[in-house]
Design a protein around this ligand. Structure first.
Ligand code: ZN
Length: 353
């Protein structure tokens, strides 16, 4: 109770100091920039060039992720139109195709890497030497787990304590190896597959790490530091026409929420999410939510600033999301918020991927 009140006061103080528009950063998540890789995780070189040109011509401020994290941590203002560019996994096309384009614009970016694929020299992955070269020209290299594991999944016969100790060791070992190879240690983890749970979030916080998901939304002072949202840019989400709206999106002013743990336990397949907002820049009737796979859903208002949404049908095994958006009163952009979910199959096993 007391802790909640203090957090809320800090947030309100933050807002009065730097206003509503000055607290959002849109973090883009890429994998491949290539025409020869799976469309679902790729943008073409032409699309990537077009997107970078759009950012440059429209005065976006492309900022290193570590600076945005520092601003959110310390409640410092974030300039309007702040964008962060990130790549997951460390594929060759970053060095070959994306880097020269980013260099041309002077845009910083972050690459999240797993150690095992680099050490095993998997085809299509960058080497440490290449990552070092990129980092010397402005790239941040950060943590994507040791072997790109599904972090929330327990091994057979593993206890809760054994599982958490294994994940803790995995993340710390990866950070140490990245630091040894590149000299960088930003303590920023991009969750493989965007999967995390409350226990992993607490463990990361204890070690001073931040965590980045794959749920959409603008990041900012209202985002949990262990669940920073990113907009995946690939496949059908790579079109500039729809991407523009995301680039201009704003951090939803969430003051409190229930059910922030994405990992659903048996019997929770239609989770109710209650969200309390600062309504000063939002008209309640303009908030619209979407349940992945179940379409649009009007929020149910419980009070002047608290609403509830809940799936009509069971969420499927695997990952899904609730998304809520609302235009700002001034029409400068859409407040955008997403809650990820992940669940096992009915027999307790996980879907194969
Ligand atoms: Zn990945």
């Amino acid at each position: 109770m007391f802790k909640g009140a203090v957090i809320r006061l800090l947030v309100l103080l933050g807002c009065s100091v730097f206003g509503f528009s000055a607290h959002s950063a849109v973090i883009l998540q890429y994998h491949h920039v290539s025409e020869d890789t799976p469309a679902i995780t790729s943008v073409s070189p032409a699309q990537f060039s077009e997107q970078m040109e759009y950012l440059a011509e429209n005065d976006f401020i492309v900022t290193p992720l570590s600076e945005v994290v520092d601003a959110i941590k310390n409640k410092k203002p974030i300039p309007a139109k702040t964008i962060v560019i990130t790549f997951d996994d460390g594929y060759q096309s970053i060095a070959k195709t994306a880097h020269p384009i980013l260099k041309e614009y002077g845009f910083p970016y972050t690459v999240f890497v797993s150690v095992e694929p680099i050490q095993a020299k998997y085809r299509g992955m960058m080497s440490w030497d290449e990552l070092i070269r990129l980092s010397q020209e402005g790239a941040e290299i950060a943590n994507h787990s040791w072997g790109h594991e599904h972090l929330i999944r327990k091994l057979e016969g593993e206890s809760q304590a054994q599982w958490l100790a294994r994940i803790e060791d995995n993340i710390l070992k990866t950070e140490e190896e990245i630091s040894k190879a590149t000299g960088q240690s930003h303590k920023m983890l991009a969750y493989p597959y965007g999967e995390y749970n409350q226990e992993i979030e607490s463990m990361l916080s204890q070690h001073g790490f931040v965590g980045l998901g794959q749920q959409s939304g603008a990041a900012g002072i209202y985002s949990p530091l262990t669940a920073l949202p990113r907009f995946p840019v690939a496949g059908v989400y790579a079109k500039l026409s729809s991407l523009k709206v995301k680039m201009h999106s704003l951090n939803m002013p969430v003051l409190a929420q229930t059910h922030s743990d994405p990992e659903l336990k048996a019997g929770q397949w239609r989770p109710e999410l209650r969200v309390t907002l600062d309504m000063s820049d939002i008209y309640p009737h303009q908030i619209m939510c979407f349940i992945q796979g179940q379409g649009a859903k009007k929020p149910l208002w419980l009070s002047a600033n608290e609403f509830s949404i809940r799936a009509e049908f069971d969420l499927p095994a695997g990952r899904s999301r609730y998304n809520c958006t609302a235009p700002s009163k001034g029409g400068t952009g859409y407040y955008w918020f997403s809650q990820p979910w992940v669940r096992a199959k009915d027999d307790g096993t996980w879907i194969e991927e």
